[in-house]
Design a protein around this ligand. Structure first.
Ligand code: MGD
Ligand code: MGD
Ligand code: SF4
Ligand code: MO
Length: 707
């Protein structure tokens, strides 16, 4: 008999409420849930991937062990025993930190792992921790930590109430929003214009978002910090009234002002390629609009000045008086209040307490930039990485210089993957431990509710019961954790906690967090509400939410980087080697990073992985629409079909990441039919942002020629 279930989609940050109709173990349909308090029925084509993921015959269901004859399935118990023995052996021979960890993006869409991953990592005891954060939002978190005192105090664009939005390096119409959870974002953006507001997009490509904006300006990749510094310079020069500017106190305004004295507007305009007139236009619009937002995402995070960009963006929102104001940027007050709970538990974000062994890159909150994982594996010496555990990550396709990273992985003594696909990364594993799929577990967004444009609560039951003998991610990690106990006392203690954890389950911890949260809710209370519970629009924060109850406008940890930036401004000479082009990324509405190309239902076009080129750049190279181009850099070369479009800035080319499924030895049969090539095979892992060590994914140089 067919049955309909409410379910919040776990595939991207938009948290759309869905109605999944099922019969037996089949998904009959997936549609938007009109009763959902957050999304009111909106959803996107990618949601259909939930059905594919559940039904995919390629999805692994049994632990795999690598043998000389290839992968064989083994019982869970055997896999756990052998893995733990091997981890302990590597750690005994080479030290605790010789076994590294890499935690991928799907973990933030899996609330149980927000408990299980830290627990597991603590027991692993390694300093070599990596994650997808450092090919993504690291600058946002670092700047939030430095300015506001907490890495999750990320200002959220109040899109529903704003009159003006300046968008840099984000394409929410395709990505559905990032660090800005808002279902149906395209319509929300259109509504800004419908109510007489304005949207300005700054992007090297005339994107899907640019096409619904009021105005679009091209910018050369990596040049945003100069443009943003120009805006801040103009704003600091205005006679702004401090009272109007922020409901909270702030420190270091004078130091900030002095630090801008040396930097001249015309230099900034020259370098950024955006004129003083445009800077002045945008500044006055930001100031004069009743409410306004400056918002930046991947294009300004994963580039040469990511941290400076996000600091400047926060300053702009502060200086225009739109910080923590309705219609500006505000902080969330989620029912499961991650900031408050972390503060209460005494968890403090730290920056640059440790440096990596080889390249001396800083840690952020105990995690190192993943661009240097490769160096740490291949460089001999004390502290060399000999083992790796990945949890829901595909670094071979997601991290710069994937080709060298995969070569490095072959020299590991031990590699264990917690993943349900045998893909470009996990094929190097000695063991693959496959968890249940998204629809077989319950769901709650601990992370994205902390980044959403409205405070709501929705809890989803599993759509399907987990098959007998299967384990969820958290259960796999708990089993490893229990066995990693190293002394009899620890073994005893862990066996008790293990029993308790199996009774309480992550659901119990979630419930506890909700009960302790600002609304004193519980799973029982919210379970009865169709469509979830609406807790209202974003509202102003109490200053006590910030460190020392104030905002640091000019944090010490940024001084050196900001001074280096200013020196660069003074010395800047445009030196574009003639035959090179600047590369930027691209996302696709029917794709999700590297791991959903096996979903037939997403109906991706065969040539989705192509290179966008400006007509002039193509004709200079004798390339036509559909020709195959060789795109090469200092680290590698790939071949892709050309799409000629004048929607991209001259001198810039765009390639999506997450492709390259033609590598042998994987088991993703549909993806392998249109494999594409991996952008990260031509991006140099040495190219990281100077302050945070975040990967520079946009603005690296490539050469393009005909095959
Ligand atoms: N359909 C779909 N949705 C997704 C994903 C997906 O793969 N597919 N991935 C999810 C994930 S993990 C994330 S983090 C989010 C990302 O969400 P977004 O950041 O909104 O998405 P991107 O498409 O990466 O947008 C980056 C934009 O920056 C532009 N850009 C590149 N370099 C520069 C530059 O130097 N300056 C400026 N101003 N712009 C630049 C690019 O042209 C692009 O338009 O999307 C999420 N949503
Ligand atoms: N050049 C370039 N590189 C990029 C980007 C870019 O824009 N340009 N974007 C970056 C961004 S924003 C991100 S977030 C990263 C993503 O980088 P990663 O997180 O490393 O990669 P994903 O493609 O998200 O792959 C997720 C992996 O988790 C597995 N998986 C999916 N769901 C589950 C689950 O529930 N449990 C377990 N155990 N496994 C699961 C999948 O099979 C896959 O192997 O890529 C980054 N890399
Ligand atoms: S926008 Fe994101 S959350 Fe919404 S249906 Fe699509 S993939 Fe799911
Ligand atoms: Mo991401």
């Amino acid at each position: 008999m067919a049955r309909q279930m409410e379910r919040v989609c776990s595939l991207c940050e938009a948290m759309c409420g869905l109605i999944i109709e099922k019969s037996g173990d089949k998904v009959l349909s997936i549609k938007g849930n009109p009763a959902d308090v957050f999304s009111s029925g909106s959803y996107c084509p990618k949601s259909q991937g939930l059905k594919d993921l559940y039904e995919d015959p390629d999805r692994l269901k049994q632990p795999l062990k690598k043998t000389k004859a290839g992968f064989i399935t083994v019982p869970w118990e055997q896999a756990f025993e052998e893995i733990v023995e091997k981890i302990q052996k590597v750690q005994k021979n080479h030290g605790k930190s010789s076994v590294a960890s890499y935690v991928g993006n799907p973990n933030v869409h899996n609330y149980a792992n927000t408990f299980a991953v830290p627990l597991f990592l603590r027991s692993l005891g390694t300093k070599n921790r990596f994650s997808a954060t450092s090919v993504d939002q690291l600058p946002h978190m670092l700047v939030a930590q430095l300015m506001f005192g907490h890495q999750f105090l990320i200002p959220i664009a109040d899109v529903d109430r704003t009159d003006y939005m300046l968008i840099l390096g984000a394409n929410p119409v395709v990505s559905n929003g990032s660090l800005l959870s808002a279902a149906g974002l395209s319509s929300k953006l259109k509504h800004i214009k419908d109510r007489g507001g304005k949207i300005v997009v700054i992007d090297p490509r005339y994107t899907e978002t640019a096409s619904l904006a009021s105005q679009h300006f091209f910018i050369k990749p990596g040049m945003d910090a100069y443009f943003l510094a120009g805006i801040v310079k103009i704003l600091l020069g205005q006679n702004f009234s401090r009272g109007k500017c922020s409901p909270h106190s702030w420190s270091n305004l004078e130091e900030l002002q002095v630090s801008f004295n040396e930097i001249a507007l015309d230099q900034l305009a020259n370098i950024s390629g955006i004129s003083i007139e445009v800077m002045e236009q945008v500044s006055s619009e930001l100031l004069d609009a009743k409410t306004s937002i400056c918002y930046g995402r991947m294009g300004v995070s994963t580039q040469q000045h990511g941290t400076i960009c996000h600091w400047l963006i926060n300053l702009i929102n502060l200086l225009t008086g739109n910080f923590d104001q309705p219609g500006g940027v505000m902080f969330t007050h989620p029912a499961y209040d991650i900031v408050n709970l972390m503060n209460k538990a005494g968890v403090k974000g730290r920056f640059a307490k440790y440096k990596t062994r080889v390249r001396k890159l800083p840690d952020f909150d105990g995690e190192f930039p993943v661009s240097t994982l490769l160096d740490e594996i291949i460089t001999p010496g004390d502290g060399q990485i000999k083992g790796l555990i990945t949890v829901a990550g595909n670094p071979v396709l997601s991290v710069p210089n994937g080709t060298e990273l995969e070569k490095a992985m072959k020299q590991l003594d031990l590699y264990v993957a917690v993943d349900f696909y045998l893909n470009e990364t996990t094929k190097y594993a000695d063991y693959i431990l496959p968890p249940t799929s998204p629809l077989e577990r319950d769901h709650y967004d601990i992370v994205f509710n902390a980044l959403a444009i409205r405070n709501t609560v929705r809890y989803s039951q599993p759509v399907f019961a987990a098959p007998k003998g299967s384990l969820a991610d958290w259960q796999i990690l708990l089993e490893l954790w229990k066995r990693l106990a190293s002394t009899p006392a620890q073994r005893y203690q862990r066996s008790l906690i293990y029993k308790l954890a199996k009774i309480i389950k992550p659901k119990g911890l979630l419930d506890l967090g909700l009960r302790r949260g600002p609304y004193k809710l519980s799973l029982k209370k919210i379970g009865r509400q169709v469509g979830g519970v609406d807790l209202g629009p974003l509202r102003q924060s109490d200053s006590s939410r910030f460190r020392n109850s104030e905002i640091d406008l000019y944090p010490k940890d940024l001084h050196e980087g900001w001074k280096a930036f200013q020196r660069e401004v003074q010395k800047f000479r445009s030196a574009d080697p003639e035959d090179t082009l600047l590369i930027i990324g691209r996302r696709n509405l029917r794709s999700n990073n590297s791991w959903m190309h096996n979903c037939k239902g997403l109906k991706l076009k065969k040539d989705a992985c192509s290179i966008f080129m400006h007509p002039n750049n193509a004709s200079e190279r004798n390339l036509e629409d559909g020709s195959i181009a060789v795109v090469s850099s200092s680290v590698g070369a790939i071949q892709l079909p050309v799409k000629i479009t004048n929607k991209i800035m001259k001198g810039v080319v765009s390639i999506p990441h997450g492709w390259g499924h033609g590598r042998p030895g994987t088991k993703m049969s549909h993806a392998a039919k249109s494999p594409g090539e991996s952008l990260n095979d031509i991006l140099d892992h040495k190219n990281v942002e100077g302050i945070s060590g975040n990967a520079v994914l946009n603005g690296q140089r490539v050469k393009v020629r005909r095959t």
